[in-house]
Design a protein around this ligand. Sequence first.
Ligand SMILES: Nc1nc2c(ncn2[C@@H]2O[C@@H]3COP(=O)(O)O[C@H]4[C@@H](O)[C@H](n5cnc6c(=O)[nH]c(N)nc65)O[C@@H]4COP(=O)(O)O[C@H]3[C@H]2O)c(=O)[nH]1
Length: 744
Amino acid sequence: GLCAPAQASAGAAAEWPLAALVTVTLLATVLAGTILLCQQLCRERRRHQQRAAHKSAQTEALCESLQRFEGFANATDCGFGMAELDGTITYVNPALTRMIGEARPEDAVGRRIADYYPPELHDKLLNEVLPTVMRTGHWSGEMRLRRCDGDLLDVEENYFFVRDEEGTPRLIANILTDIRARKSTEAQLRLMASVFEHSGEAILITDASNAIITANRAFTALTGYSLDEVRGRNPRILSAGLTSESVYRHMWRSIDSSGYWQGEIWDRRKDGAIYPKWLSISSIRNAAGETTHHIASFTDITERKQIEERIQHLAHHDPLTGLPNRLQLEGRIRQALADARRDGNALAVVFADLDNFKFINDSLGHHIGDRLLISVAERLRAAVRDSDIVARLGGDEFIIVLTRLDDAQVAIALCEKIRQHVGERFDIDGHALHTTLSLGVSLYPLDGRDADTLMRAADAAMYHAKGEGRNNIQLFDSRLNEAAAMRVRTETRLRDALEHGHFLLHYQPQFTTIGEHIVGVEALLRWQPPDEEMVPPNQFIPLAEDTGLIVPIGAWVIDEALAQLARWRSAGIDGLRMSINLSAHQLRLRELPRLIGRSIEQHGLQPADLELEVTESVAMRDPESTIGILTQLRDMGIALAIDDFGTGYSSLSYLKLLPISRLKLDRSFVHDIESNPNDAAISAATISLAHTLGLEVVAEGVEGPAQLGMLTQLGCDLLQGYHFSRPLAAPALADFVRDWRASH
Ligand SMILES: Nc1nc2c(ncn2[C@@H]2O[C@@H]3COP(=O)(O)O[C@H]4[C@@H](O)[C@H](n5cnc6c(=O)[nH]c(N)nc65)O[C@@H]4COP(=O)(O)O[C@H]3[C@H]2O)c(=O)[nH]1
């Protein structure tokens, strides 16, 4: 909307002085003649007053004419001046007096024309302007006056002769117009034109009939068309034919009603390439409200669209592997289910989880971990059909949706293929890595008819696979649902057990490697329902944790273990530290430190008599609050140990932040330590790492002399396991300690 109104006003600005100039020139020519005559006649009148008595009527008429001229000359904004042929000024009107900056017209009279031009224009004045007037009778053009105060003033000048009755040039007259306003308008116009020309946006101007009048450089750069090629044509020639008619209809409706439209349309370049552009169109109307022009400006938004697509992609894909993420997966499963329903096919949802990813990630670094995930993603993708879906949920969890299956057998066979593929060696940055997959499978329509149910079923099946020792495939089994019902029954029984004292503790001694002294015991929870077999903790603790029952049960354990330690003390068995397992729920209890402190006090013990064990995964969950509570406990003087070390999620750097004093090397590493070089290496690394961090290492699950030998050699500090003793009931433990101490 900038150009056209500016043009209109510039046109007006340019037009009126011209028209005025012509009028003024004509008038002035006539009047200049008149004034000349008047002056002559008036002089004559003075000289020959008596002689001229008979001519007085004529003289009066002329004087009247002179007055009229003066009236005009005084009123006009145009400068008017006259000079002798030699350049001596004889007359200036008030406007010219103002232009040249004199106080009164008389001040200019008698001076020379050249006095009012800057020296650099003297040459032009004397050698071009005045000679031209002499030769041709007139000169017109732009000049610059130098005012008395030295300021310069741009003017348009019209020099001409005033001739006498015989036609002989007698005077030089000049009509001047101040063109400062026009000049600045022109400068502004030039600026506008260069904005137009240099704009990064392509700009196109059409007339009322929408024929192209002009276009700028960016237009040519963008479309490939030169101005000559498009002038007079309808911008329709730019269209790629991809934008629907309704878009154009809407566009014109909006331009007609509001004078404006913007939006996205597809165009074709001269070379045929199609591109999306963001287009704004404004219509320009004249005072009567009629559209005179349209101004269209547009930019190529190919790049912006690409970025948008990339953002879209990022929102729906896992950035690491490029696989669809959970968001995308949901839509795709729904689609796949709709297809399966229509075609009467089966479909399998497979939950796949890498078994030892965390360990690889933590020990070799995120860089290797990431590369491994990428490679696993590639193998998963390669193992299935293009029409199947492979997605990553995050971490080391993948979902595979196998479509168009004839039956469950095919799903199992495909999963087996996947398991084997991924189980093969990966060579990453010089590391030969092995990883295995635990796979859980649910089938449509057997296990569920909607995405949610199928995902949940596959997830349950995957956990089952983990529970079955990892690296295997489990089909969802409705018995997993029965297991859920069973859990509800067990929960009731657990509450009952707590109320009726059906829990008890067993204790397993811990030994120093050097000297094999008993220095502590670990309290291990047992459930002894009446008239039934004793239940090991793994069978009820997970449920107790899920239901929150672990909190009261855990409180009971702490109090009972400390009471037992006090009883042993009074029976003369001392030098024992009590290790107690804490669950994640307990760590979330703010009053935990206070509870423990009270219990220690009640039983007349010291904080140093107690050691709390938290599993690695628990310590790593919600690190901030965990560190807070653990630090409080440590500050009380209680020792802390990380249980099952090596199986969980630790990042080694994070370990440094924990206020711990011991690591318990998981028994899965201890178990094969003498036969499996991997396990031996992990154990060795853990022990040396712990020592570097100033921590002691307790090996759990020491079952035989070979493991003992190996752990001794690796410098492990403390040992615990069947090799020395199984967990024992309190009286048996007391006997064991007495016997051991007597015989060692
Ligand atoms: N194969 C083998 N196993 C050995 C050997 N020596 C000891 N064990 C077993 O290893 C487990 C060691 O406990 P944990 O790692 O803390 O693992 C514990 C601990 O995480 C949890 N737990 C036990 N008591 C409590 C408790 O009071 N509170 C909480 N929150 N968790 C408990 O239950 C887990 C299992 O406890 P348990 O069944 O008593 O199993 C005990 C123990 O009986 C050995 O030489 N070979």
